[in-house]
Design a protein around this ligand. Structure first.
Ligand SMILES: [Zn+2]
Length: 84
């Protein structure tokens, strides 16, 4: 990952944290841009990237801020065939 990409992710975290009022979007735990994780709603699988485009998959419209891996997992849309 390049420095630019890392900055873009951090930017998105700041934005999404503000939108969620600094709470995990799954369990409501207080988070901030340093300790939160981005969770892809539509998982970044090859099929999804093909279907929706890389830009959408990595956009703030397809990401939530969550507190942990457990919440990250819960944030993903489960469609059965996407868990590749
Ligand atoms: Zn959480």
């Amino acid at each position: 990952m390049t420095e630019k990409e890392q900055l873009a992710i951090y930017d998105m975290k700041i934005k999404l944290c503000a939108q969620s009022h600094y709470k995990c979007e799954i369990c409501g735990k207080v988070i901030n841009a340093y300790n939160c994780q981005l969770a892809h709603i539509k998982p970044q699988t090859k099929q999804n990237i093909k279907k929706y485009g890389k830009e959408y998959i990595h956009s703030e419209n397809n990401n939530k801020v969550v507190c942990s891996l457990e919440c990250n997992y819960k944030a993903q849309e489960k469609t059965g065939c996407n868990n590749v």
